[in-house]
Design a protein around this ligand. Structure first.
Ligand code: PHE
Length: 343
């Protein structure tokens, strides 16, 4: 009789426990519940204390029942634990946005042909003692034009050529914008190059883009001559193209140099015969350059009676086109993988 009531109590205890197990959603709480129920000082132990007054027969009966119960509950706890652990794992995976449909054999990216050439050109100049400098793409009029000796009414400032922001800033139209910034920052003598992106508000065609890349160079020292300029340019070009390239110098006008030149190289695509890139002239304008105008030195806080310098600005995009015989500048920013994967 007494054993019956204990067994009843155990039955009730089992149903209650299973209900709690069913409802449990938290792994920590599940562990607590386990100790509360099946731990050494748990409820089961508590109930089984009552068997000490039973006869040996009854003790056996209740004992067997209790053991089975304990086994059943232990298994159910284990199952529940696994269930909750899986659930946590799933939540973690989902929170990481892991895309299981992603192909495993993804291709590696490559360095863009423009960057490849930029690094290469940088290396050549670094070896000649130049240092690399950078400047902002969104610029003030004074650095892009004013302090470079452009007059107020110079046509380059025109809405037609320059992107202006509503606030009156502009997108630099050339890396020459860094010339005066460098003069303000560095103590002469110095030699710098400035690779960077520039912007022009103009029609695009095979050799013109509204966004392209230049590399500016500037050297300031006590005695700088046109011969120094030509020597550095020739050294650079023959290193870069790994052969003597045919060049020509023409006078060129830029407000910030005096005298100013256009250094052209014979078109490497058509070897001077004439093609779309050289506009059927056989020559490609690659290096405008000149001696820095004394006004610009002065604007940069450098005494033109004491210091002089040269500057050049090469079209990096054009250089890449020459190297790889690329016929259209618009490929660079097209994002076309069939184009980019060739390099
Ligand atoms: N900044 C000029 C341009 O973009 C090029 C240039 C640079 C000319 C340095 C002379 C000296 O057209």
């Amino acid at each position: 009789m007494r054993s019956k009531s204990i067994i009843e109590e155990l039955n009730f205890f089992q149903t209650e426990t299973e209900k709690k197990l069913e409802e449990e959603k938290n792994l920590e709480n599940l562990k607590k519940l386990y100790y509360e129920i099946l731990g050494k000082q748990g409820k089961l132990t508590e109930i089984l204390k009552k068997i000490k007054d039973l006869s040996i027969e009854e003790k056996k009966e209740v004992g067997t029942f209790a053991n089975t119960l304990k086994e059943t509950l232990t298994i159910k706890f284990k199952k529940k634990q696994e269930e909750l652990e899986n659930y946590i794992q799933l939540e973690k995976i989902q929170s990481e946005f892991y895309d299981i449909t992603r192909p495993l054999n993804t291709k590696y990216g490559k360095i863009h042909p423009l960057s490849q050439i930029q690094y290469e050109v940088e290396d050549i100049f670094l070896n000649m003692g130049f240092q690399i400098m950078e400047g902002p793409e969104i610029e003030l009029d004074e650095y892009n034009f004013g302090k470079l000796n452009f007059t107020e009414d110079h046509p380059a400032r025109d809405m037609q050529d320059t992107f202006w922001t509503k606030e009156g800033f502009l997108l630099r139209t050339h890396t020459s914008s860094v010339q005066v910034r460098a003069m303000e920052k560095l103590k002469p003598p110095f030699k710098i190059i400035v690779p960077g992106r520039v912007f022009r508000y103009e029609e695009t065609d095979a050799s013109h883009e509204n966004t392209f890349y230049q590399l500016e160079g500037m050297m300031i020292d006590k005695e700088v001559s046109i011969a120094n300029l030509i020597y550095i340019m020739k050294t650079f070009l023959s290193t870069f193209f790994e052969k003597e390239v045919t060049v020509r110098l023409r006078p060129g006008y830029f407000p910030f140099v005096e005298p100013g030149f256009e250094l052209d190289i014979q078109c490497l695509i058509c070897k001077g015969k004439g093609c779309q890139v050289c506009k059927y002239s056989g020559w490609v304008e690659i290096l405008p350059c000149g001696l820095i105008h004394p006004n610009v030195l002065e604007f940069g806080g450098i005494n033109p009676n004491e210091w002089m310098g040269f500057a050049f600005g090469m079209g990096l995009s054009r250089l890449v086109m020459m190297r790889h015989s690329i016929e259209d500048i618009r490929h660079f920013l097209s994002g076309n993988l069939r184009f980019l994967e060739q390099f």
